[in-house]
Write a protein that binds this ligand. Structure first.
Ligand code: ARG
Length: 595
């Protein structure tokens, strides 16, 4: 465990038992290897539950001669090679194998983290180039809570993949092209006729959009002009391109301010980027005979003609969202050399992406060596369980939502009278940490596939699986070494010499939670569901509390003076804090020293 990676317990046990099972039953191809962590200490730390499925398999193969799962479990155990990870094995119940981990091994893994000064990532088999398409709001339309979900989830997925050492491209596929620009430009011409020489003072693009939409719907003359504007824009007439850019810039600034507040990094590459590539892809698909006529449209079906086809060219010859996504996937695979493309978009678009992938595979743009994943998510609901809206029924502006978060965080800190202890700067830092942390965490800690109820009251609760609870837990853990007067230097010195204390049952319990980290991360790379990382954070914080309630880190005399510091336990708190910090970094939470 001297390596620069953190050992995966699951993988190690899997390999160990796989070998044993193959040795015990050499005639079976692909025998079942079932390893899970146990949720009851009575049944060890992990379990191998292969005996039952093996029994079924053997029963149907050997007809007659019956062997019991317990006998099978015994036979497997005999074949398990000795491993520094395993303390003991025992057969229980109907043929389960309980696995007890060795403390020394856990100790070495955690000591390695202290030695390296950072939480190490699990070993990754193969470094890949991964493109994450997330956030992706639309220009001039509101950036709504759905885009907030995509932003938060996508950012966290990107953070996790970056942590694993992958080469990650964070792409913002902004909706910056389309027919809505016709009416926006026509409206711009009327409202700010000098826009080519003076930058128009549009502060609220959303109401600008609404105004032009009203005119578009009510005024035939205006509608005609709007269409004419689209045509001129698509012909790249400089004046119209300029107007389009102006409008995009207003949006861009709004988006960027949200990203700055939430500390999100993205490369903007909107639909307009694919302009010339759309023509190319249409030509390619046409030449390869993938396009079919359908009432004047040109459509393309997926591999098995399942679902609905993509519309590649409209009746008026224009391109669609489908066209831009086909051009984008080609660019991503061929030019960007992406091996894995992840789309983080609301579940409502699942079918679009499914068919798009199918078409891209049919056209052999995407090959079997490429992975395409659609990361969908549910709708954000208000506390009334209806779609999240303002009281007047409007969509909630994200900047206002973040402002409200700040207000709530401030209230929280005032309740605790933190204004009396923190400097103005510390107070503001804590406020931002809580506000943005809560909003992100509330989203991430739910299974993304479900709809979720947005509630400031819930997300700022002090107890339970919330950002507030966890951020406070970390500051508390961090303050232990401080109150024990252990300096950085002393800590550093102890790291090489003093073993992390794992004698006490609660110490060992905490350590075993920490050891799950690599397995949680590896699981997320498979299902891209981040709530399990939040669950781990909560589990760590709870296990730490149990440890701290039962084990003294410092001993004090009657007058309250520290008479003894238990360095092995201080080291355990240190590694716990590092682990929580690493999890927070993956979730985009920013802990502060004082709050
Ligand atoms: N702009 C789209 C929307 O707001 C999301 C784009 C997602 N990415 C993509 N490649 N289609 O619904």
């Amino acid at each position: 465990s001297e390596s620069g990676h953190m050992v995966s317990i699951y993988d190690t046990l899997y390999t160990l038992f796989e070998k044993a099972i193959i040795e015990a039953y050499p005639d079976l191809t692909d025998p079942p290897v079932v390893i899970s962590s146990s949720n009851n200490p009575k049944f060890g730390d992990y379990q191998c539950n292969s005996a039952l499925p093996l029994c079924k398999l053997l029963g149907s193969a050997s007809q007659g001669k019956k062997v019991s799962p317990r006998e099978i479990a015994d036979k497997i155990i005999l074949k398990v090679a000795s491993s520094p990870l395993v303390e003991k094995l025992e057969v229980a119940g109907a043929g389960f194998i309980n696995i007890y981990l060795k403390r020394e091994f856990g100790q070495a893994i955690l000591a390695n983290i202290l030695k390296h000064g950072k939480v190490l990532s699990p070993p990754v088999v193969q470094k890949r180039r991964i493109l994450v398409d997330f956030s992706s709001p639309n220009v001039a339309k509101e950036m709504h809570v759905g885009h907030l979900r995509s932003t938060i989830i996508g950012d966290s997925i990107a953070r996790l993949l970056e942590f694993l050492g992958h080469d990650v491209l964070r792409i913002n596929h902004i909706g910056d092209w389309g027919t809505q620009f016709g009416m926006l430009i026509a409206h711009l011409e009327d409202k700010f006729p000098n826009y080519t020489t003076e930058s128009p003072p549009i502060s609220d693009l959303q109401s600008f959009y609404k105004e032009s939409k009203v005119r578009f719907d009510e005024d035939e003359e205006f509608k005609k002009r709007a269409y004419a504007c689209v045509v001129k824009l698509q012909a790249h007439e400089p004046k119209y391109i300029q107007a389009w850019k102006l409008i995009c810039d207003v949006s861009r600034k709004e988006f960027q301010s949200i990203y700055n507040r939430l500390d999100i990094k993205l490369i903007e590459r909107g639909e307009s980027f694919y302009h010339s590539r759309m023509k190319d892809i249409v030509k390619e698909l046409e030449e390869k005979n993938f396009l079919e006529e359908d009432e004047g449209r040109k459509i393309m079906w997926g591999e098995n003609r399942e679902g609905i086809p993509l519309t590649i060219v409209k009746r008026d010859g224009g391109f669609t969202y489908d066209t831009s996504d086909m051009a984008a996937i080609k660019h991503r695979i061929v030019e960007e050399k992406a091996e894995w493309v992840i789309y983080v978009v609301d579940a409502g678009q699942a079918t679009h992406f499914q068919i798009m992938e199918s078409c891209a595979r049919r056209a052999r743009i995407v090959l079997s060596c490429h992975n395409i994943d659609f990361v969908g998510f549910g709708v954000v609901l208000g506390e009334d369980k209806k779609k999240f809206k303002t009281r007047s029924g409007d969509t909630v502006k994200l900047s206002q939502l973040l402002d409200e978060g700040l207000k709530r965080a401030e209230q929280k800190l005032m309740e605790k009278e933190r204004d009396k202890v923190l400097t103005k700067e510390e107070f503001n830092k804590a406020k931002e940490s809580i506000a943005y942390g809560c909003i992100k965490y509330a989203d991430l800690c739910h299974n993304r596939n479900h709809d979720y109820v947005f509630s400031f009251d819930k997300m700022t609760e002090d107890k339970g699986n919330t950002a507030v609870y966890l951020l406070y837990a970390l500051t508390r853990i961090r303050s232990i070494a401080r109150t024990a007067n252990v300096s950085r230097e002393e800590m550093q010195e102890a790291i090489g010499k003093t073993p992390i204390s794992l004698e006490h049952e609660k110490e060992w319990k905490l350590a075993k939670v920490l050891l799950k980290f690599p397995d949680v991360i590896l699981k997320i790379t498979k299902d891209l569901c981040l709530h399990t990382l939040c669950e781990l954070c909560y589990e760590i914080a709870c296990a730490f509390t149990e440890f701290y309630d039962n084990c003294y880190c410092v001993e004090k005399n009657q007058t309250g003076e520290i008479v003894k510091v238990n360095m092995g336990r201080i080291l355990l708190t240190e590694v716990t804090a590092m682990m929580l910090e690493q999890c927070f970094a993956l979730l985009g939470l920013k802990p502060v020293e004082k709050m």
